[in-house]
Design a binder for this molecule. Structure first.
Ligand code: ASP
Length: 333
């Protein structure tokens, strides 16, 4: 087969590779990472059902969880190894406008600072002290540098060994070790990164991510979450994706950009997420068995899907027809 014929064949077969995802053709819709996405979706839904924009919806959802003081997102999150909470967030709209903040300290709503970076500056990403300065100059308040009770307990535990081993928990193991998320009394886990993707009534798509990042990380470490194309990517003509898990592995493959490109080539959201996980596994299968990465995606039709390396990744969906937590398929159980 010559190259030209091969390319034609590729174009013809691409739609056949579009497997049916568990979602329906629907808008408005919001999907978000983890079971903690349920109340987050509810907040975003208020905006979406009020004829609001998807951008406002994802920001509202992210702000909701940033307010939760005993959560792994926002100022209630786990600190780095120096005992300081540093936050990462980003936001992206239907016109490829995007903004992000990385390693910002003592600011309650990093997602809104990210939006301000997008709307008020010619830049995409502000980091560290500069991001904080920008936030303060734009009306945000400097919060006290304290740890939530959960975070303080976990940090004290971690300090006993001070082992620098930044492994992201694998949820199904439910070990309450230093790298496991805090578990509530009812046994549910209070998970890390919140990534949300929404389509509004007009069909426009946006996404946002907010996190305190990997627990006990090196001071200044930044993961995938605020990196456009790694932790979040939106292409309004195709779809959007977000991720959670070991950020370094997601950055290495430009994870969410890759997921969206797979969807562009005809894959369903679930298959696109699966193929991105596969890419990580191909790098180092043995290493991949030790870590968790999950991708969540939605396409232009409102079909959604997710896939993770390990068992345990779940996501939340809210639309006119659905309001539920969905377990993602996975490679290693
Ligand atoms: N992806 C985040 C990071 O690497 C962590 C997470 O998803 O929990 O910072």
């Amino acid at each position: 087969m010559n190259r030209r014929k091969f390319l034609q064949w590729g174009a013809l077969t691409a739609p056949l590779l579009s497997f049916k995802s568990p979602g329906f053709f629907q808008k408005p819709i919001v999907v978000s990472t983890w079971d903690s996405g349920m109340p987050v979706n509810a907040e975003a839904w208020k905006v979406l059902t009020n004829n609001g924009k998807s951008l406002d919806a994802v920001e509202a959802g992210a702000r909701f969880i940033e307010n939760e003081i005993n959560c792994c997102v926002g100022l209630g999150g786990y600190p780095d190894r120096d005992g300081i909470v540093t936050l990462d967030a980003c936001i992206m709209d239907e016109n490829a406008n995007c903004g992000a903040v990385a390693a910002i300290e003592r600011i309650k709503h990093p997602v809104s600072v990210a939006r301000m970076v997008m709307e008020k500056t010619p830049h995409v990403l502000l980091a560290g002290a500069g991001a904080q300065q920008f936030a303060l100059e734009n009306g945000f308040t400097l919060e006290p540098q304290t740890l939530s009770k959960e975070a303080e307990n976990a940090y004290e535990q971690w300090l006993k060994k001070s082992e620098y081993k930044p492994v992201i928990n694998i949820e199904n193991k439910k070990e309450n070790g230093p790298f496991a998320p805090p578990f509530f009394e009812d046994g549910s886990a209070n998970h890390d990164t919140m990534g949300l993707l929404a389509i509004d009534a007009t069909g426009n798509m946006s996404g946002a991510v907010t996190t305190s990042g990997m627990a006990f990380k090196l001071h200044g470490r930044v993961g995938d979450s605020p990196i456009i194309g790694a932790g979040l990517f939106v292409d309004n003509t195709i779809g959007a994706a977000t991720s959670s898990g070991v950020g370094e592995e997601v950055i290495r493959i430009c994870g969410t950009h890759l997921v969206v490109e797979y969807m562009r080539n005809g894959y369903s959201p679930e298959m696109a997420c699966k193929k991105a996980c596969e890419r990580i596994i191909q790098h180092d299968r043995e290493k991949a068995k030790q870590i968790q990465v999950g991708f969540l995606a939605i396409n232009k039709k409102g079909e959604y899907g997710a896939y993770s390396i390990q068992k345990g990744f779940v996501f939340s969906v809210k639309s006119n027809k659905e309001n539920r937590i969905v377990p993602a398929k996975y490679f290693f159980g």
